[in-house]
Design a protein around this ligand. Structure first.
Ligand code: SAH
Length: 336
């Protein structure tokens, strides 16, 4: 509930609206998990709360630490389901990688989360609380607050758009975490209708698209939902996005042996990169299965880098973090 809704609840129940502010502060500034502990409220007020509400907070069930400093949290939700979130430290930043759904509604063949299927959407508070948990861990283990957030954990954020937006509103609000939207990136497999909606909403956070191939036939093979959301529709949505936001997009791209390591794959990506200003992150493949997918040779990856750079496109090679604890891209699958 919003602070306003809480205030209204108290008014309607013959108490002072101001109680709403107090409860809100207990919940969101002090991280309080029981009405009993809200000691500046009268017994009667606490009983009133007790009879109307429950506090569905998350609990970090298990925390694993990688030798590279990455931390993975198994987060238990009030109904017993579990999602994972990851803290990724670099010399200059601490990034939280958070989940937006339990499992995932999409069916990317190379991703472990896809195998869980979608069980439910996370609500805004469950998303927000993952961020708070990581912020606390960042302060504790790395002596600095969280600096960035990526929606690259479990789930497809644009299939849970409203709740993701509400969570981001709270993360960026002064009375939430006061974080700049410029430090937040939402990653999507590419849901054209929702990219347009984001553009209409004039969101101020960054957009990343998991592209992996700019050839429909190849992309449909590895990301079957591409059959419904074709690259043409994606292109149109991205052009609309750029027109409305003037914000460049990041393409995430894994190069696999025998799948997208040919010259025509590179040419198609170069062509796709002409549509709107962009940069490309080449992600290392994290094997999740018995070898259907294999990382391409470093020569093949070098061909990509050379070709992109020759066209003046910024390209970063992203090495995996937290692989030893199954915390890297595509590995989140509640293994433990
Ligand atoms: N559903 C959203 C958010 C998940 S982000 C999206 O697809 O963008 C997770 C990122 O890791 C995506 O770019 C995804 O394509 C990538 N990924 C999935 N499985 C992977 C794997 N096994 N190795 C490397 N990257 C992987």
């Amino acid at each position: 509930m919003t602070k306003e809704q809480l205030r209204q609840f108290f008014e309607e129940n013959g108490d002072k609206a101001f109680r709403g502010n107090q409860v809100y502060e207990w919940l969101w500034n002090k991280g309080c998990h029981s009405f009993e502990a809200m000691t500046n409220l009268s017994k009667a007020t606490r009983a009133l709360l007790e009879s109307h509400f429950v506090i569905n907070h998350i609990r970090v069930d298990q925390m694993q630490r990688s030798k590279d400093g990455t931390i993975k949290n198994a987060v238990r939700l009030h109904d017993g389901l579990v999602v994972e979130s990851v803290l990724i430290p670099t010399p200059t930043r601490t990034t939280a990688c958070v989940s937006s759904q339990v499992g995932c509604s999409l069916d990317c063949k190379f991703c472990a989360t896809a195998r869980l299927k979608r069980m439910r959407n996370l609500n805004p508070d469950e998303i927000y609380d993952q961020v708070v948990a990581i912020d606390n861990e960042s302060r504790l283990y790395h002596n600095r607050p969280l600096s960035n957030i990526v929606f690259m954990g479990m789930g497809e954020p644009l299939m849970n758009y409203n709740n993701v937006i509400k969570a981001i509103d709270k993360i960026t609000a002064e009375e939430g975490l006061g974080m700049s939207p410029r430090r937040i990136v939402v990653s999507t497999s590419g849901v054209p209708k929702m990219i347009k909606k984001m553009a209409d909403d004039q969101v101020r956070f960054g957009l990343a698209v998991s592209l992996h191939s700019a050839i429909d036939e190849v992309r449909t093979r590895i990301m079957p939902f591409n059959k419904q959301f074709s690259l043409t529709a994606l292109r149109e949505a991205l052009e609309y996005w750029y027109e409305k936001t003037k914000s460049r997009v990041t393409y995430e791209y894994v190069v696999w042996k025998g799948i997208n390591d040919r010259k025509e794959d590179i040419d198609a990506l170069l062509q796709f990169c002409t549509y709107i200003p962009c940069k490309v992150n080449l992600i290392e493949y994290n094997p999740i299965d018995d070898g259907e997918f294999q990382q391409a040779s470093s020569a093949a990856i070098d061909h990509y880098i050379t070709a992109l750079e020759a066209k003046g496109i910024v390209v970063n090679v992203r090495r995996s973090r937290g692989k030893d604890i199954d915390a890297a891209c595509g590995q989140l699958a509640n293994k433990s």
